[in-house]
Design a protein around this ligand. Structure first.
Ligand code: GRF
Length: 209
């Protein structure tokens, strides 16, 4: 199950990894909260079931999350992947899918949670930026991290070029983490990710080639 809001390039990377046999699994459905999300078009082209649940027609965040949980439950997925899903979820929703929900965030968490991460990283003058795959828990962009991709910030870099380089890394580490989960190698145990039975006190690190 993949939740999306927009462009869907991470969804595309996941679908391609499934096709190549890197991820042993299938996507039961792609759910978008925004009509016209390009990700829905990508799902349609790949023959994956697409569903739209427009958050604007719900009176409250709780009502939307209840409907979303019910829609997800129709497919009884093992894993819920948030691939550019731009919604803050209620604690009840998160509790229901705890330990089986992964998100990707475009920064080296805990640095730069929230939006406009590339611009903020450049403004802060950091030498490294990147992306983090993490289990979703109550804290926004704060769940236990599994794997990070590190990208060196080049002199004179714009938010756009940095975003593109980080995105290329996202397309590597997200399928990698999802593949681990789908093969039963990755779990959340007592609040800590475990890979092959080994607790990850710190996220695994990948660097740009
Ligand atoms: C990615 O940068 C992801 O890290 C963030 O939203 C963006 C989604 O891009 N959460 P896409 O829709 O997968 O192309």
């Amino acid at each position: 199950m993949v939740l999306v809001s927009g462009r869907g390039s991470n969804l595309q990377a996941l679908m391609e990894a499934i096709q190549r046999g890197v991820i042993h699994g299938r996507i039961a459905a792609v759910i978008a909260n925004r009509p016209g999300a390009h990700a829905l078009e990508r799902a349609r082209r790949a023959g994956v079931t697409e569903r739209l649940l427009d958050h604007r027609v719900f009176a409250s965040r709780e009502a939307f999350d209840r409907a979303l949980a019910a829609l997800i439950d129709e497919y009884a997925p093992h894993l819920v992947v948030m691939a550019g899903f731009m919604r803050i979820l209620t604690p009840a929703f998160i509790a229901r899918f705890r330990g089986r929900m992964l998100n990707i965030h475009p920064s080296l968490l805990p640095a730069f949670p929230g939006l406009n991460t590339h611009q903020r990283a450049i403004a802060a003058g950091v030498s490294e930026h990147g992306a983090t795959v993490h289990f979703v828990t109550d804290e926004v962009d704060g769940g236990p991290p599994v794997v990070q991709a590190r990208v060196a910030v080049r002199p004179g870099e714009s938010p756009e070029t940095l975003a593109a380089r980080v995105l290329a890394q996202e397309h590597q580490i997200f399928p990698e983490a999802v593949a681990w989960f789908c093969s039963g190698r990755l779990q959340l145990v007592d609040g800590l990710p475990q890979l092959d039975g080994r607790p990850l006190e710190r996220p695994l690190q990948r660097t740009e080639d």
